[in-house]
Design a protein around this ligand. Structure first.
Ligand code: FAD
Ligand code: FES
Ligand code: FES
Length: 486
């Protein structure tokens, strides 16, 4: 068993052990390595000031895939066999790279505190940009999408967007050219499948490489905190809400990163990132793709997982209403073997799942809706991106001529858990597809939920949404000729 975390920072190898293995990446960079270009503002993944590149072996293990992550919510124990590139490491032969120079030329920084994070997020856009043309520039929409996870309080976004749009893709030197990948690939291939355990003064972490040892460790260490992408757990660590003695990271458990379609079902491994899912569903299921696109920010989606969203069990978790109405199941592994549980039967109370102490989620099975299914997913929040939902909903049904059949309705943000509204479904089934029907269903839905008032919305607001969303569904899915306007 290895007793240190192996990682590279800007091309230099580091072996991290003892208490340093329990630091956030941003603290490690700033205080252990003196790389102060990485800034910390919110320490909860919300502002992007701490954005750095995280490189790891790609799926065929033939190259390094670089993703932008928030260093404040990545902890060192998650980073075995990774290459971290900070804003300092983006320079080319000691000079600012093309994007850094463009930020200077376009006056993209005033206090400059947000600037390193913006630079990394922009470079990430150029890392993915490959239009195969002789020369090309990124579009305004592409820049805006890439920067949804970065906040600037003093410059104003126009200059920053202009800085990105002024760069020709061909002028950007990619990380694979800055850091030739052969050394990294061979080091990571050699050490990737080694389990790691590090003891600090107060905590211990374990990185298993197979499901069996993960399950055994969980069963032998009651209260162990599982860390996957860490986008929920690490915020809680930073806020001092949890102080775990034992931590288990799932980053290298084999078999958990598979994403495939099997018949009519999509199988999502527990380590598949939300970003991979977003790409996957773009063509097959645009409704769910949209929910994933407005989920957090690119930095959050590259790190976070669907399994983490499910296991976190928040009543406003954005993926849950769809998983409830689609009949999705989680596959869990435990000492007694594997079993499958319907997502809508997974929760026994506020953030409580019905898993036993040894079980972990290994896969999610999502049946794809039939072509004839009318499906709509809703996220109501104050901002389109990077915002926590006040209310979420999924409505799905079939039409048998004029009549409604197989209605499935789930609402989030209206009780301690996401609710499947069985009375509303019963009301809709067999009724004509009409505005009156959906108005009636809205009234039934209001009686089935128990919302509370909090910072994201009052009880009355949520009750009204529960009714209005039914009408919205009607107007969005009715054929034009049958539309009745009030
Ligand atoms: C800035 C920011 C924005 C966000 N925006 C959104 C948003 O728009 N919508 C939304 O719904 N959420 C949002 N989140 C919450 C979070 O990103 C999601 O819940 C994400 O899906 C969590 O995945 P993860 O892999 O990072 O989970 P982690 O933080 O690693 O884990 C979350 C929980 O799941 C458990 N867990 C993880 N994997 C497993 C497993 N395989 N088996 C058993 N238990 C497991 C962990 O122990 C922990 O309790 C946001 C968070 C941040 C910080
Ligand atoms: S400091 Fe704000 S996202 Fe990390
Ligand atoms: S330049 Fe000051 S916060 Fe962006």
């Amino acid at each position: 068993m290895r007793d240190f975390v192996l990682l590279y920072v800007n091309g230099v190898e580091h072996q991290v052990s003892g208490d340093d293995a329990f630091l956030s990446l941003s603290d490690y960079l700033r205080y252990s390595l003196n790389k102060c270009g990485t800034k910390v503002v919110c320490a909860e993944g919300d502002c992007g000031a701490c954005t750095v590149f995280l490189g790891r072996l790609n799926a065929p293990k033939s190259g390094i895939e670089y993703i932008p992550v928030n260093a404040c919510i990545q902890y060192m124990y998650q980073l075995d066999c990774t290459h971290i590139v900070t804003v300092e490491g983006l320079k080319v032969d000691g000079d600012l790279n093309r994007i850094q120079q463009s930020m200077v030329d376009c006056h993209g920084a005033q206090c400059g505190y947000c600037t390193p994070g913006f630079i990394v997020a922009m470079c990430s856009l150029f890392e993915q940009c490959d239009k195969g043309e002789k020369s090309c520039n990124v579009t305004r929409q592409e820049v805006s999408d890439a920067l949804t996870g970065n906040l600037c309080r003093c410059t104003g976004y126009e200059a920053i967007i202009k800085a990105a749009m002024s760069v020709d893709e061909k002028e950007y030197k990619r990380l694979d050219n800055l850091y030739p990948s052969q050394t990294l690939i061979s080091a990571f291939k050699k050490h990737h499948d080694e389990p790691v355990s590090v003891k600090g003064e107060e905590s211990e972490f374990f990185k298993p490489t197979d499901v069996k040892s993960a399950v055994e460790y969980k069963s032998n260490h009651p209260g162990v905190v599982i860390v996957s992408g860490g986008t929920d757990v690490c915020v809680n660590l930073n806020k001092g809400r949890i102080e775990p003695k034992n931590i288990m990271v799932l980053t290298h458990v084999s078999g958990l990163d598979e994403l495939k379609t099997s018949g009519n079902t999509v199988e999502v491994g527990a380590r598949v990132s939300l970003r991979k899912l977003e790409e996957f569903f773009q063509e097959t299921l645009p409704e769910f793709h949209h929910i994933l696109w407005v989920f957090g920010s690119p930095q959050i989606r590259y790190a976070g997982t669907l399994a983490g969203n499910i296991a976190n069990g928040s009543p406003i978790a954005d993926s849950l209403p769809f998983l409830f109405v689609s009949g999705a199941e989680v596959e869990v592994a435990g000492l007694k073997g594997d079993r499958r549980i319907k997502v809508n039967q997974l929760y026994s109370g506020y953030r409580k799942m019905v898993l036993t102490d040894d079980e972990i989620i290994v896969k999610i099975h999502i049946p794809l809706p039939a072509k004839s299914t009318k499906l709509k997913l809703y996220k109501v929040s104050k901002r389109e991106h990077l915002d926590i939902s006040s209310f979420t909903a999924a409505i799905s049904l079939e039409r048998d001529g004029d009549k409604i059949s197989n209605a499935q309705v789930a609402y989030g943000g209206v009780a301690a858990v996401v609710l499947k509204l069985s009375k509303t479904e019963e009301f809709l089934n067999g009724k004509p597809f009409s505005l009156d029907t959906f108005r009636g269903a809205g009234e039934v839905a209001m009686k089935e939920i128990m919302p509370i008032s909090d910072v994201r919305g009052s009880k009355d607001y949520r009750l009204q949404l529960a009714a209005n969303i039914m009408e919205k569904f009607y107007f969005e899915t009715a054929d034009e000729k049958e539309l009745v306007c009030p």
